[in-house]
Design a protein around this ligand. Sequence first.
Ligand SMILES: [Zn+2]
Length: 900
Amino acid sequence: MWNARTVSSRFVYRRKMAFTMQCAPHSLKLMSRCKTRRLLNNFFHQSFQLSSTNAPLSSSFPDICSSDMKKEMEKYWRDKVNLYDLNANAKDKFYVLSMFPYPSGALHMGHVRVYTISDTVARFYRLKGKNVIHPMGWDAFGLPAENAAIERETDPAVWTSKNIMTMRDQLKMLNYYFDWDREFATCDPDYYKWTQELFLKLFDKGLAYQKEAYVNWDPVDQTVLAEEQINTNRRSWRSGALVEQKLLKQWFIRTTAFAKSLLEGLDDPTLKEWRDIIKLQKHWIGDCNGISIDFKLISEIPDFPKILNIWFDMPEFVEYAKFVAISPQSVLNRKEYTYDIDVGIKGLNAKVINPFSGKELPIFITDKVIYPPWRDTRLGIPSASMDDLKFSELVGIPFSRHSIRSYEQQQQKLSEIIQKAKEWEIGGYPVSSRLRDWLISRQRYWGTPIPIIHCINCGAQPVPRDQLPVTLPKMTHLGSKKKFSIHDAKDWLQTKCPKCGGEATREADTMDTFVDSSWYFLRFIDPKNTQEMFSVKKVQTDFPVDLYVGGKEHAVLHLYFARFMSHFLHSEGLLPCREPFRQLLVQGVVMGKTYQVISTGKYVPESETIMEGNECKTKSGELVSSHWEKMSKSKYNGVDPFNLLNKYGIDATRLLILGDVAPTSTRNWSEKTITGINNWQNRLWKLIKLFKDEREKISIEELKSEPTDSKYIEDNAYMFDSRNYFLKNVTFNIVESQQLSVAISRMQGLTNSLQKVGIECKRKSREYERALAVQIIMLAPFAPHFASELWAIFCSIKHHLISDTEVDLNKCLFEQKWPDIDMDYNLVLHVYVNKRDFLKMKIPRCKLDLMTADTVLEYVILNPYYQKYSYNKNIVAVNFQSKKGCDASLYITMEKQKED
Ligand SMILES: [Zn+2]
């Protein structure tokens, strides 16, 4: 039985030791990390010598491994599975990043899903010998914290840090192996100092600029919203308020300057598994088939906007523009601004100055021209467009021909125009009509202050670098529920102009939080650097992120802004490549079942419903319909991950979350599969128990004796085959296809194979022992504690047949290597002819590993099937794709013959 009384005295001793070890890191806090690790390693080494290395917790083996037993194991192994950082000096790094959370106060199922995925992959690559970077931090600025702080009359900083503490504790309860020494929050001055530096880098290059424009104003949250933060009904994505248009001076980042680079970057051959995200990004950026220019507006109307941004194609003809047309839907179409001309045509009491010709252009409000998609403004160039010519005749603009004739003239003019526009900092970058510059000003308190000082004489001046960070002023509450305004921080606002030394004012806007998260993956590489954003030397080795795991809701904007910053920093010579994320894993949403009263639409908890025949009703008899919807408190369909943890323990919860449904698919949450998970764990438990029992009974002589079972040789070969087959498939499903659920079912396949063979094979076969070892090692990234216990039991067995070049029985599970396919195992060569499946050939790994496109073709040509069907056709091209220890593919392109 598994209870306190049966626990051996050795166990009691070990628990004490575990306690000492837990304390050790604190007392060693001041030492360098390396030194601490060395000391700890020595400590381990010594203490393990006292008993046997890598000892299991279990000293008794009931038939069933209960949840309580598993939880005991988790307590016992919790620190040990996260202590080994043996690959810190390995040459090969693997940077796995899960999107950092907003510190809302509690982890939900979506978080648990994403971090379980990244933790599993990180543990896998640690076993593969990579120096794994798996950081965690907090996307901590933003409106929800500010609104919550106003509501509770507290400081957003206090509110945020409390939430971070809670959520960090929760992550630790789940025992994810994060690099906690890289942790930061974007609201730490040590972090936002460098967000400000990034802003100034952009400012220095003319890529951060201020302009007055009509902006989307959220009257509830009292702030500007970017176009991207408004839904199709013109409501704020956060507050739900109907958005208003307001004329304000705002800070923008000239993201359009990199539109073409960002579009082309999507064709980078190193991007892996981006799937439909490429399409989303391409759609967002659009075809870069025109340019947009900020034209000066002149008008005698008071408080009229000074700038009009117009997108147009054929920039080479801009000098011949004759008018500007504005759609009646435009915010400028106001009675007091316009005069009537004709039916459907009004004039605007303002003019646009064409900087390329120096001419003033009249402005018409009309629906008689076609506007570019996403735009309500059109630049009229009658000499280059039939439509513009027709409209100019309507309003009586005389026609004049342009003098550009040849293609060469056109190209020369084009580059001239673009160059001038860039020089004047009014735009001129190739861009789609859809894409705008990024509006980053927010009129809210809880964000990174924009490091600018406004002087009446010198204009907007950057804060000198040695004065960074510009920290947020401390805000006191002015009466209940009143919003914070930096404009109330009078002392903070007042400063000296860095240029002339005169009285000046600080910028009171803060940055959009998307700026904070646009470069955090770079800071994780060098989080403690006090001299620069990150060391250029460190990013040479640790950048880019190899795998980025996160939700699809961030696959457009966040990804676009993060890519923009990387492209920019790469253009500054600070990054080795421009694309920041090599492989993406966009995880599906976790859905919960909702119950809705049909007559009222009211949501009710499942516990308040009953089934009557086929009908679902409330207890008072109202009909209820049920659906799958994203988990949410207001819909009563959320699942608290900590209830799962209490019921099943960490590892079973991990397997429950990773099993059955691919990480990229939507998950309709159900705990029904826990039975399957528990059964599998029990089968593994029984296998290891049986193996231990059998090997304990047997003598060395008997172990080495000739087998008596006639099936033994067959079983042995079957185990050899199973080990390699399932190892190949599990590895493939982690590295290539990202199907962790399939990897789990392949591991279960190996368990079936292990169960199937005869008792003599289980007792005496080296191949069986090797397959059992592979089973446990493969389980390690998925269920680290349970697998560690199985491994320790495996190691504690008296006689072993497995070679010590394959595993180290004196060491813990996480010090083992991810196993390798045997050299004499037959891998598969897939041969495709003209993209069609043609032939599969089995080739031993030792031979396939050495093959090149030439030698593999020579080999395939000799195949009788190939000879029969394709011998007399001409080969046009050959493409051979292979990786050591994996199946390979050969793509042959053949001359098409008439009968094909
Ligand atoms: Zn000044």
